[in-house]
Design a protein around this ligand. Structure first.
Ligand SMILES: [Zn+2]
Length: 85
């Protein structure tokens, strides 16, 4: 059996806890550099008939509106991020 004083036990406990937090922090900090998987502007469509905005990431040229079923061609006049109307 290992005999240590209470102050040493507390110091070891605090040290290992702090090391654990630092290791966890470093691991968590690495996950921030994952690729951005947010919605790209290419997959946002606006229907020319019912003016509904919808998302279609499969098609790049012509897409079908989920509300009215009409075919839409890709336009570049979608509202951009950070631009106020
Ligand atoms: Zn539509």
């Amino acid at each position: 059996m290992i005999r240590i004083e209470l102050s040493w036990a507390v110091a070891l406990y605090i040290t290992f806890t702090a090391v654990g937090f630092i290791v966890y922090w470093l691991m968590f900090d690495r996950t921030k550099s994952l690729p951005n998987r947010s919605l790209s502007e290419r997959s946002v469509w606006q229907c020319s008939i019912c003016t509904q905005y919808y998302i279609d990431s499969k098609n790049s040229q012509i897409s079908t509106c989920p509300r009215c079923g009409s075919y839409n061609k890709k336009q570049s006049n979608l509202p951009q991020k950070g631009v106020s109307r």
